[in-house]
Structure formats: structure tokens, C-alpha cells
Design a protein around this ligand. Sequence first.
Ligand code: BGC
Ligand code: ZN
Length: 367
Amino acid sequence: MRAVAVIPGKPNSVHLTELPRPSVHDIADGKGILVKVLKVGVDATDREINDALYGNAPPGYKFLVLGHESFGIVQEVGPNVRNLKPGDYVAATVRRPGGSIYDTIGTYDMTSEETYFERGINLLHGYLTEYFVDHEDYIVRVPPGLKHLHVLMEPISCAAKAVQQAYEVQRRMKVWRPRVAYVLGAGQIGLLATLILKLRGLDVYCIARSKPGTLSSEIVAGLEATYVSTSETPLEALALKVGKADLIIDATGASAMSFGAMEVLGHNGVLVWTSITGGNHSIEIKSDKINIDWVLGNKLLLGSVNANREHFESGIRDLALGEVMYPGVIQRILTNPVDGLENFSEMMRLLVEEKTALKVYTNVAEE
Ligand code: BGC
Ligand code: ZN
């Protein structure tokens, strides 16, 4: 079967390759699921992998099959599978366990080991192919009523984890009633985090560079949140106007913004960093000012990566609720489809050049 791969370490090496078709029997305990791939999304991580800034091939291979945002339909299940059946729509989690205690209890997203295993990213092949097999533990059911949101299951799982982690650490406060949230970045993660925080009842400001009038600003308005353009209202001006934030989620992909956010977090607040910045930028910061401010304000900085099964499930519940509250809004993120694995160059071109693309994805097959 065909697959889209790169040669890690070699810039712009994306190409089509062949792999043997997997079987449910590849999973020893009878809990294998064979998934027919329908759609796969790509994001900045895939771009960085193709730029040779990130990612590694599985042991024994020179190439890495791309694709970590999966959506497919169950084709066949192993004899011991109870919770999934052929015909179910599914998405797969990305990380696979290493050996730390966190890995062994299903929280592989919190591994304490330096090496992490991620399908389509690091040391494991991804989903940009015709079929894949995995253990049922890593396959999450997608309700049929959400199939039009297909490749967003993985991105929302990362946003769901970031928000959940923030609430979890804020249990240090005994009582925490966040009112104002800033979401930095109006790409897919920023928009999905905006949805999740709106559903939690916060006053959400989604902040990006572009002036309003973009698709992102329309989606933010559709979610009844407030879109703020930093070219019109710098962060400090926003903080003076609506108050500093109780919670900030940074999803800009720009580390200067991640640090800039430190100046607009309120007392007892939490700032969550989610950007994967594979580059090598550096900036100067007002370190004394930030330091005293953070100490006197008991502020907290939290990094959040990846997501486990529970985050997929809670993200999917929020998508379902989102469809009821704000019907038809979230699907507007799915901007740029490409038909067929063979059109991988067009997929990469859109990912690199199409600045207005919120989501590039490949239609791999029909049901
Ligand atoms: C993926 C995550 C992954 C992270 C770091 C992101 O693009 O969506 O699942 O953990 O990259 O590799
Ligand atoms: Zn990703």
C-alpha cells in the first residue's frame, strides 16, 4: 500500500513510498484494530519534519511515514476487541508508551523519559497511508454525528489537555474561578482552545496579529468570543482595558509571544505554553520586571504537549457540545482539502505557502 514519507534529516524529502498492508494479527493479545484511513490532517509539525528540523525515523528505517491527525473507519477487529466494531469511525492517539511509571498507567503524554514515541513524528510511522493497525487502547471512537469534523480530533485533544492541565494545577488555589482567558494564536489549536474555554463559561479573548476580517476572526465571533488583533490593540492595551488574564493559552508557534504573555497574566494565574518551536530564535526579555511580578503574584507557567485517550474523549465531547451551541462554526477550520495520497506535493505546498489555510488535509479514501 502507498504511504507519504520523509527522510528525517534531509530537507524537503517528502515522497510516496510502499509499505506492506498491516493485519489485526500484528497485535499479539487479539486487541488489534485495522483502520481504513479516510482523512489525515497536517500541521506545522509536519512542516518542520519536512524541513528536517524535527522528527526521527523508526529504528531500521531510513524514512518516516508522516501524518499524526488521523480519521478512519474500522475495517476489522481482533478476536478480543469488545468496544469497537467494523464500520465505527475512529481517530488514533499519537504517542505510544515508553517505560516510565506515567507511561504504564496510560498517561504516556506525561512520560518522564527523554525519548518519546509519536506516530508520524518520532520513531514510529504515521497515518498518511491506506491502512494502519493499532491496539484498541489507542483507538478512540468518533460519534457519527461528528464525522464532518474528522481530522480535528487530534488537534482538539491537545487543546483539551492544555486546558485540563491548567485547571488541574490550579487546585493549588482551593478556590479558582477564572473569569478572563486570553488565547494567543488563532490557528487550529487557538480556535479549538477558544471553543473549550467558552464552553467552560469564560470571557475569552482570542488574540492574533491580523486585523479582523479574516476567517479566524469570523470563527472567533461565531464562538461568541472576542477577537483581538495585536496590530490594533497590543497585549498591554488589552490588559488595561479588560484586565489581566486569569488563564492564558499560548498557541502562536512564536516563542517571543510565549514570553510576551508573561507580562499580561494576572495574580494567581496560569500561563500554558503549547507551541512546538523547532527553530532557533532568541529574544531579550525584561527579566527583573517579570521575575518580581511573578513572585509577588504567585503566577504559574505550565508546558503542555500531546494528549492521552482521556483528552481525546473530552475534546470529542466538547466538539459535540460545540456543535449544539455554535452549529456549523468549527467545520470552517477545515479549509484546504487535497485529494489522494499521490498529491502529497500539493499538500506540502499548501502547508508552506497558503497563509490563509487553517487546516490542510488529505482525503485518502472514500468509505
Ligand atoms: C502533535 C502532538 C505532539 C507534538 C510534539 C504536535 O504537532 O499534535 O501530538 O506531541 O507535536 O511532537
Ligand atoms: Zn500536531
